[in-house]
Ligand binder design. Structure first.
Ligand SMILES: *Cc1c(COP(=O)(O)O)cnc(C)c1O
Length: 377
């Protein structure tokens, strides 16, 4: 592969940060680099929140759902179009998902649909324990509406912001500050990376305290090991946090570059039958991956024609997330929608979007896709 979908992109300062951790011998799951990394993300988010560094975004979601009280028999209402790590923790806890479609205007969860179903569930006394909207491809979900629905029905709101660190919602409010808690991911393919890692961001101090407790094997205060509940080994390594410190220095630059890549694709590939992911007025997405749809009836080609052609030239692209209600694992799970997610999956493609991609590399992608589109029509 010569051109990747999204690769780790170092600032050059990470090695120095890691060397500092080595020099102090904090080669451990806790240490000053982790404290500094948590503080750095909190300062960046600029809100009254608590940050807990964890081994992955999935671990963060697992902890958030457990702290929200999700357990066997409970429902979690969740965006269908998401990544496995953004849903599997529901299974870890023995709860069941109920899936919701995206809104065509934002490609984030359809809040009108959610409102309608919440009203119905309230009258039937079967409200979910938690709602988990996804900030798809770096675009913040509609926090104002979701937060007011969560408050109205007394349901916990946990926002999957794994792809949206660096994005803003309305009036400059940063993605990752929503709900009772938000989760971030620092996996290798995300906006910034710690090689692997995640974070729980919450406005409740008690949630942050409990997350730290559960993430370090639930050790009660005692000289020996005392446990009144079970926990996990979920803390972020201090070495990984050191990488994160170097990455935080370039977060805004990485987002700016991803947005530039999106804008270049959009300008170059605009034609009938090609539609790019929308960005609602006032919102600022990270454009983590450039996502678009190819309508075969208008372009004469399918998204698979493009994907396979690119693959022949060692260029990686990928269909949009396959909606969870279409996955064999979740066959029969309740789903609310009108087929929008299914159409996105049928026709949607993510183009190479890494912030380290050069203009020349992107030009090659654009030329090859344009040539196929022109031939196809
Ligand atoms: C990456 C991602 C996650 C999981 O994060 P990990 O750090 O890989 O566990 C969860 N949800 C979404 C939407 C993601 O893109």
């Amino acid at each position: 592969m010569r051109i990747y979908l999204s690769r780790p992109h170092m600032s050059g300062n990470e090695e120095r940060r890691v060397a500092e951790a080595f020099a102090s011998n904090f080669i451990a799951p806790l240490g000053p680099q982790l404290d500094a990394f948590e503080a750095s993300v909190r300062d960046y988010l600029g809100a009254d929140v608590h940050c807990v560094g964890l081994s992955s975004g999935s671990a963060a979601l697992h902890l958030a759902l457990r702290i929200a009280g999700v357990g066997p028999g409970d429902e979690v209402w969740i965006s269908s179009m998401t990544f496995a790590g953004g849903i599997f923790p529901v299974n870890y806890l023995g709860a069941s998902p109920r899936f919701f479609d995206l809104s065509p205007e934002s490609w984030t969860v359809d809040t009108a649909l959610l409102a309608k179903e919440l009203a119905k569930a309230a009258t039937e006394n079967r409200l979910p324990k938690a709602i988990v909207p996804t900030d798809l491809y770096g675009q913040s979900a509609d926090l104002d509406t979701l937060e007011s629905l969560a408050a109205q029905y007394g349901v916990r709101l946990i926002v999957d912001s794994a792809e949206s660190l660096g994005a803003t919602y309305k009036n400059g409010r940063k993605a990752g500050t929503g709900g009772d808690a938000a989760i971030l991911s620092f996996n290798g393919n995300k906006i910034i990376t710690t090689s692997g890692g995640g974070m729980l961001v919450t406005r409740h101090k008690a949630w942050a305290d409990e997350a730290r407790f559960l993430a370090t094997q639930a050790r009660d205060p005692a000289p020996h090991y005392e446990h009144s509940t079970f926990g996990y080994n979920y803390r972020l390594s201090n070495i990984c946090a050191a990488i994160g410190l170097g990455q935080m220095e370039v977060l805004d630059a990485r987002v700016a570059r991803r947005r530039e890549i999106f804008a270049r694709y959009k300008a170059a590939l605009a034609r009938p039958g090609i539609a790019f992911m929308p960005e609602p007025e006032g919102l600022h997405s990270t454009r983590w991956l450039t996502a678009l749809t190819i309508d075969p009836s208008e372009t004469g080609i399918t998204r698979e024609d493009i994907r396979l052609m690119l693959l022949e030239h060692q260029i990686e692209s990928r269909p949009l997330w396959k909606p969870m209600h279409m996955q064999p694992l979740y066959a029969g799970a309740p789903y609310h929608g009108n087929g929008f997610d299914e159409r996105l999956f049928a026709n949607g493609l993510c183009l190479p979007s890494g912030s380290d991609m050069t203009d020349e590399q992107q030009d090659e992608v654009i030329e090859r896709v344009s040539a196929l589109l022109d031939k196809g029509r």
